[in-house]
Design a protein around this ligand. Structure first.
Ligand code: ADP
Length: 256
């Protein structure tokens, strides 16, 4: 499962005005590890995912993915701010599924899934479509290839978003509250798809979710955040069954 430090945050700091969101944060995730970030709203979980997607930049500190700094480049012994081309290259191995799907509304389902493989990775249309159809079958949407997103339910749209995220064969898959906008029954279908993906791929996953049973099923590790710091780090069994911190215990009581 775990193979070294695949993702490393070191001394990462982020403030929005007076609001310190991440406070000198350091942690690592191994290759193939599936890590769930839990903690109260506003504790900085989504900010971490957004930093990996280069949607939010750290004020200080470094982030490394598979041996490359995301926001820096190494020149001899020195770390210098990275060029946009370097950032784009490292970032291209990371994909994210958002709470509100964010599909391309004007493109049919299959095209949503093939767009990045063709235009970012330079794959041929045939190759991208063959893989796209495979992924859409995996998420149970083979009969919707020619539908537009607006013709699909929320759960179906989210499954397209998952297929789209996997289509670029990412090293890292980030899942941000992917079932929060869905009814419980529909959410369960999406979580089943993600469980299958967790079982059948070795993609490194960082998840933010309030679906604790799901987190327990798929995660190797759970990190409890509070006020921009990690206050507890352990297996799902440790964290959910025998939390060490009172703050973790009260948080879990409020969500379970
Ligand atoms: P969580 O995912 O744990 O709920 P977030 O990472 O979304 O927390 O947010 C942490 C804090 O950062 C919140 O207080 C939020 O209001 C603030 N925040 C996030 N993004 C921005 C932004 N673009 N501008 C100002 N404040 C922000």
């Amino acid at each position: 499962m775990t193979n070294g430090d695949f993702i490393t945050f070191e001394g990462v700091h982020k403030a929005f005005g007076q609001n310190v969101v991440l406070d000198d944060l350091s942690f690592s995730v191994g290759s193939g590890e599936r890590v769930t970030l839990i903690g109260p709203s506003g504790s900085g979980k989504t900010t971490i995912l957004r930093m990996l997607m280069t949607l939010t930049r750290p004020d200080r500190g470094t982030i490394k993915v598979n041996g490359d700094y995301l926001y820096h480049e190494q020149r001899g012994d020195k770390l210098v701010p990275a060029s946009e081309a370097h950032i784009r290259k490292v970032r291209s191995r990371i994909t994210m599924v958002f709470q509100h799907f964010n599909l391309f509304p004007n493109m049919k389902v299959l095209r949503n899934v093939t767009e990045a493989p063709i235009h970012v990775l330079g794959k041929s249309k045939d190759e991208a479509e063959a893989r796209g159809k495979e992924l859409l079958e995996m998420v149970g949407l083979s009969d919707k290839l020619d539908a537009h997103p607006s013709q699909l339910s929320g759960g179906q749209q989210q499954r397209v978003a998952i297929a789209r995220a996997l289509a670029v064969d990412p090293d890292v898959l980030l899942l941000d509250e992917v079932t929060s906008a869905l009814d419980p029954e529909i959410a369960a279908e999406v979580l089943d798809v993600l469980r299958d993906i967790a079982k059948t791929t070795d993609v490194t996953m960082l998840l933010v979710t309030h679906a604790m049973k799901f987190a327990r099923d798929v995660s190797h590790r759970v990190l409890m955040f509070n006020e921009g710091r990690i206050i507890e780090d352990g297996t799902p069994e440790q964290l959910f069954n025998e939390p060490e911190q009172d703050r973790t215990r009260t948080f879990l009581k409020s969500v379970l």
